[in-house]
Design a protein around this ligand. Structure first.
Ligand code: FAD
Length: 404
């Protein structure tokens, strides 16, 4: 491993766009870059351009709170995210670039009998499909997180879902690592290049129109997180996506006091301490659809009130930053991956508030899909767009909420 703290990535200097590529990937976030990397690494496909309208990883990849976990509710979800956790564990070695992967475990609090029952089911499903998750009682919670208030006002903690695989990583290093390795294999990465329209002829995409001209393509993938609906509309594709801001905030640094990630859906709050000692708070999405990354006082007040119920000493903490990203929510809180009604236009969308943790496995499986010319890998088959018309949704709402 390189011992250097990753602060920037060496990429080849910007070049002119070529008139045509085998694969155009729209969106230079973690997902788009991961697809490019796995295409070049496992399939020898390198005539690839990643087109990013702003700068690498400047979208939700750089805005998320970096929670990595696989303790989902459905067999489809657990299988998929557990594979991602495995890939994350070796990513620093694979990149020769430290993504600061840190396995701390995630503790989700149950405040009602109904939640305890649901958590028991989650623990069973997890164990069965590859996640390390178990129920723990109040005494075990006390030992794990001595600073946690187990009796916040009206909602005493009854038990916890302890997910040993819960982890964090430096999110932008993940984007940089993929970018560096993809570029080394010949992938072109074009920043400040916005895809403004799609050229679709006889049900196939033939080119994308950008602010730097038109580029022909053998096929294209859209991996643009909170902007998915905008390009789907250009492709004439309908998807049940609603777009909401999601905010987070961070305090001044403290001495290490909190190793696990702690979350409570009932309190709409999750808390973690970064390797720099800062405390990150996050919660649910804003309650109205909007394309805007402003921070609000409303969210700050409600989120911090709950955070202080969990960790009362934080009442004296100073907040350093608050920010937002734009998230594309689906009705079942699962992503949309795979084929689209446009024959050679592939979808990596609907990642809502939970897509950072899936970056490696989504990249790997989407690359398989693209390289095979449209054969959908088993792991992502359940997340097809047409599940919304065939009523085969993958309901992860209960396992997403304020846990991300
Ligand atoms: P992005 O990183 O957003 O990349 C998409 C890129 O596409 C952007 O860089 C954008 O500029 C570019 N783009 C958009 N339109 C165009 C266009 N027309 N042409 C060219 N480029 C375009 N997930 C977790 O797993 N764990 C968490 O703890 C977590 N916490 C979160 C906290 C917050 C506050 C937010 C906002 C999100 C959180 N998420 C979390 C969700 C996660 O961040 C996203 O699902 C994930 O980063 C999506 O990755 P991406 O590469 O698809 O998107």
């Amino acid at each position: 491993l390189s011992s250097e703290y990753p602060v920037e990535v060496d990429l080849p200097p910007p070049t002119e766009l070529k008139p045509s590529y085998d694969v155009v990937i729209i969106g230079g976030g973690g997902h788009g870059l991961a697809i490019a990397y796995y295409l070049s690494k496992y399939h020898g496909i390198t005539n690839v351009a990643v087109l990013e309208k702003a700068y690498l990883g400047g979208g939700n990849t750089a805005r998320n709170t970096a929670v990595i976990r696989s303790n989902y509710l459905t067999s489809e979800g657990v299988r998929f995210y557990a594979e991602s956790v495995k890939l994350f564990q070796n990513l620093s070695n694979e990149f020769d670039f430290n993504i600061m992967y840190s396995e701390r475990g995630q503790l989700t609090l149950a405040h009602t009998d109904a939640t305890v029952r649901a958590f028991r089911q989650r623990a069973e499903v997890n164990r069965h499909f590859g996640g390390r998750t178990e129920m723990i009682d109040r005494q075990q919670i006390r030992e794990l997180v001595p600073t946690l208030n187990l009796d916040p006002g009206h909602l005493p903690v009854l038990a916890g879902l302890w997910h040993i695989d819960g982890a964090t990583a430096r999110h932008d290093a993940v984007a940089w690592g993929y970018a560096k390795q993809a570029a080394k294999r010949g992938v072109e990465i074009h920043q400040l290049t916005e895809v403004q329209d799609l050229v679709i002829e006889h049900g196939r995409i033939t080119a994308v129109k950008t602010n730097r001209g038109t580029v022909k393509c053998g096929c294209a993938v859209q991996a643009i997180a909170g902007a998915s609906s905008l390009l789907l509309a250009k492709a004439g594709i309908r998807a049940p996506i609603h777009t909401y801001p999601l905010q987070a905030m961070v305090t001044q640094p403290f001495k290490p006091f909190l190793d696990p990630l702690v979350s409570s859906s009932a309190l709409h709050c999750y808390v973690q301490q970064t390797s720099r000692g800062e405390i990150v708070f996050g919660g649910g999405s804003d309650p109205y659809p909007l394309y805007n990354t402003r921070s609000t006082l409303d969210l700050k007040e409600s989120l911090l009130a709950h955070a202080i119920e969990m960790f009362p000493f934080m009442a004296n903490a100073k907040l350093m930053r608050q920010w937002a990203g734009i998230t594309d929510m689906t009705p079942d809180y699962s992503p949309i991956m795979g084929l689209s009604p446009v024959q050679n236009y592939y979808l990596d969308a609907g990642w809502g508030t939970w897509g950072f943790k899936s970056t490696p496995i989504c990249g790997k499986t989407m690359a398989e899909l693209v390289a095979s010319g449209g054969k959908v890998p088993d792991l992502i088959r359940p997340f097809a767009l047409d599940r919304f018309s065939t009523f085969q949704q993958v309901n992860e709402m209960g396992a997403t909420a304020a846990s991300h």
